[in-house]
Design a protein around this ligand. Sequence first.
Ligand code: COA
Length: 193
Amino acid sequence: MQDAVAFDFGPFPVLTTERLILRALTPADAGDVFVFWGDPEVQRFNAEPSRDFEETRQFIREMHAAYQAGRSVMWAVAERCDGRVVGAVSLHDWSRRHQRAEVGYTLARSWWGRGMAYEAVAAVCAFGFDQMGLHRIEAETIADNHRSVRLLERLGFQREGTRREYSLEDDGLFHHSAMYGLLDYEYQRPECL
Ligand SMILES: CC(C)(COP(=O)(O)OP(=O)(O)OC[C@H]1O[C@@H](n2cnc3c(N)ncnc32)[C@H](O)[C@@H]1OP(=O)(O)O)[C@@H](O)C(=O)NCCC(=O)NCCS
């Protein structure tokens, strides 16, 4: 069967929305990025927080290599007005054969509650469907991560299942994981794009 893939991991795809520019992360962003990757509250339901700038820089280098290898795209989410990086959104685990990929997202805590993640993830979904030829974008989130669940549902993702007591979190409890999916023909692009 033919892959419906147009995107070839050439020049990095810069995306623009009403308030944001989504661009490649660079080592110079490490200070801004450490604000969220180094924040235990932001990382509560995710990987261990970054310990220092050097670890953050190393992670940025790994993201760059993953892009060069055609494995995943991670966008720095920067404010249009001053270029400051306030978050990151990725498309990873791209199955070209099945035309699906997984989306990940994170935002510095002081930017929560302003619709910035909504705007950034909406742009990345549009890119996935329009430029990568995706049929399906999926997301997995701890079910108690209410902001994450609200974001996905506002974007039109449908909850498709629960992995019970999937993840042992810092509170010493096992938390359910919620599986979400969005299909290309269901996606309604918001006005901020
Ligand atoms: C998940 C995460 C990105 C969500 O961020 P967020 O700011 O809550 O998400 P949104 O951008 O959708 O903003 C939604 C809020 O902004 C408000 N808002 C304000 N202006 C808005 C606008 N122009 N458009 C949309 N929403 C707007 C909404 O009403 C909503 O408010 P509420 O929180 O009171 O419901 C953030 O909590 C985060 O980084 N968490 C840590 C990382 C993480 O857990 N990632 C997921 C791993 S699976």
